[in-house]
Design a protein. Structure first.
Lengths: 330, 245
């Protein structure tokens, strides 16, 4: 095939795909020259990418605000905690994803008939509940609460997280373009109308809630060795619920890359600011978030589209002007 | 042939019977109007047919099949579609995507993407909204939002279409256009059951009218019969409207 024709017919794909490939190559080779610090930093950033993208995958589309990421993330962490001495790491990862998937399926079937704030409160309660359940389970099984996680090579953790993050981004990218995505958007637009137009709303909600939970569970398992020591309070920390929401809102949920960008910026800021201003960095986050909600309700992605529209308008105007001039000249 | 049939249809909200022991039917190819004062139970009846609300007792049949216990999405796939009194649109989505939801999910079988897109284009042409297919629906005027609802309902390929106050809030020209649209829809073979307060419209296009009051059917018949019915005039139409029609 002719190369210029290929470029013109697949322009959109190339616009997304080429930068994506470049970033991927950069990320995949990072442990070779990044050293311990940067590899660890990027692992954390990628973890937040997984959490916020998978959160946006469900809540961003359907409008159901879930505070449950910490619950599914914690299930992942504790899957590693309970199984680390019996199974190898690569086997525990999918088990953690599967357990989170099943938990979300169960919870979703019971609670997704709740709407608005009631659903949000329930998911908040789920985090606290799972933390208690795991604490009870742990003290029954081991006679104590909290345990050490065997260390794993830094690169292994990094690559596992990278693969998970890429899978999550692919998932949201394709869901956006699929029937499932359209069904979810219609639920977010008006659930009653969606049901009357033939969308099986319960099935769509439960299924996507569970899919998004599975990614959170995977991230939990992979992140467990980084923690070194875990107890239910650490594993089910509510900041794993709130941070993905902040990041998605900051990045903007109108485009698939919004939560990705939000996660990268916020995770980087968190890592670096926490070291320098341990007392004040949360205050800074709060201020940034308020400013974003006030002035950029659609986040960074919204700003990008706005600028694109403006630029497009100016270019079209110039072109028109040019044509008009030509007409005037002839 | 009776496409829709209700027997002893009853709905209680607490102790209040919103629809009480009602029998009704709609024949294939008809345009049937449903009138009555506010709170008479018109929208409740539509919500019972489309399964937005469960029946308290009685049964509703569509083409002989019982609808009791089905979910709204199943009713839609069977061939009953509807619009809403207060427009329920997917505001942030473009017109095209709004209608696409109906085209994709309204059929019992999986619709290939090309077919769905073609159906959407046809439905938008039918309601004369093709020019706005890329506009987010929340930016449209009320009359155009209502047309999107109609197009969306048509894209589900219904045999029976429930129109809940399609004309409410429209001006005179828009009402005439909407009346033409309703007749045009019926001419494609779709049966229409419509709730309406605009008497000019209902008298102009309906072949049969049912009047409700306090959840009960108080009269049924042709436009002429309804317009002269003493009970209907007393509870709903009033003397002047009667004289005017």
């Amino acid at each position: 095939m002719d190369i210029t024709r290929f470029i013109s017919t697949h322009r959109k794909l190339l616009l997304v795909g080429v930068p994506f490939l470049i970033i991927l190559v950069f990320l995949a080779t990072l442990p070779l020259y990044g050293g311990f610090y940067y590899t660890r930093l990027l692992t954390t950033i990628l973890m937040y990418v997984v959490l916020s993208v998978s959160w946006a995958m469900f809540s961003g589309f359907t409008g159901y605000m879930s505070l449950a990421p910490a619950a599914f993330f914690g299930v992942g962490i504790y899957t590693m905690g309970f199984l680390q001495n019996t199974l190898p790491f690569p086997v525990i990862i999918p088990i953690g994803g599967l357990l989170s998937f099943l938990l979300a399926l169960l919870v979703g079937l019971v609670t997704l008939r709740l709407r608005g704030i009631y659903f949000t409160i329930f998911t908040f309660g789920l985090v606290v509940f799972m933390s208690e359940v795991v604490a009870a389970l742990e003290s029954d099984l081991f006679g104590r609460v909290g345990q050490h996680i065997n260390p794993l090579p830094n690169e292994t953790i990094f690559y596992a997280m990278l693969v998970t993050a890429v899978a999550t981004v692919f998932a949201i990218y394709f869901i956006r373009r699929s029937r499932l995505g359209l069904a979810m958007l219609s639920i977010g637009g008006n659930e009653e109308a969606a049901a009357h137009m033939g969308v099986n709303t319960t099935r769509v909600k439960v299924l996507t809630f569970a899919i998004s939970a599975a990614f959170m569970g995977l991230a939990g398992v992979i992140m467990a060795p980084v923690k070194v020591y875990i107890d239910p309070r650490i594993a089910f920390s509510l900041s794993y619920s709130f941070m993905p929401i902040l990041m998605s809102v900051f990045g903007g949920m109108g485009q698939f890359y919004g939560p990705v960008v939000g996660a990268i910026i916020f995770a980087y800021l968190e890592k670096t600011l926490r070291g320098q201003f341990p007392q004040y960095f949360m205050l800074g986050f709060g201020i940034i978030l308020i400013l974003v909600i006030l002035f950029l309700p659609n986040g960074i992605a919204g700003l990008v589209s706005k600028v694109q529209d403006k630029l497009g308008g100016v270019i079209a105007k110039l072109r028109k002007g040019g044509e008009a001039e030509q007409h005037a000249n002839t | 042939m009776r496409i829709l049939e209700g027997q002893g249809v009853t709905k209680y909200f607490g102790g209040l019977a919103a629809v009480s022991n009602m029998d009704f039917h709609v024949d294939q190819g008809e345009i049937v109007g449903l009138i009555g004062p506010n709170g008479a139970g018109k929208t409740t009846l539509f919500n019972l047919i489309s399964a937005a609300l469960p029946l308290s007792s009685g049964e509703i049949r569509f083409k002989g099949q019982k609808l009791n216990g089905l979910k709204p999405h199943q009713i839609c796939k069977m061939g009953v579609s509807r619009t809403f009194q207060e427009t329920k649109i997917f505001g942030n989505m473009p017109v095209f995507q709004n209608v696409l939801v109906g085209a994709f999910f309204g059929s019992p079988n999986r619709v290939p993407a090309e077919d769905a897109a073609r159906e959407v284009t046809q439905a938008l042409e039918f309601v004369e909204l093709s020019a706005m297919s890329a506009t987010p629906v929340k930016d449209l005027t009320l009359v155009n939002q209502k047309r999107v609802e109609v197009a969306r309902a048509l894209a589900t390929k219904p045999e029976l279409l429930l129109l809940d106050e399609l004309m409410a809030g429209l001006n005179f020209t828009e009402i005439s256009e909407a009346m033409e649209l309703v007749i045009k829809i019926r001419d494609t073979g779709i049966t229409i059951f419509m709730v309406e307060h605009v008497m000019k419209a209902i008298m102009g296009i309906c072949e049969r009218i049912m009047a409700l009051h306090h959840g009960e059917k108080i009269a049924e018949g042709t436009c002429q019969e309804i317009a002269c019915n003493k009970t209907v005039i007393d509870v709903y139409l009033g003397e002047e409207t009667h004289a005017g029609s």
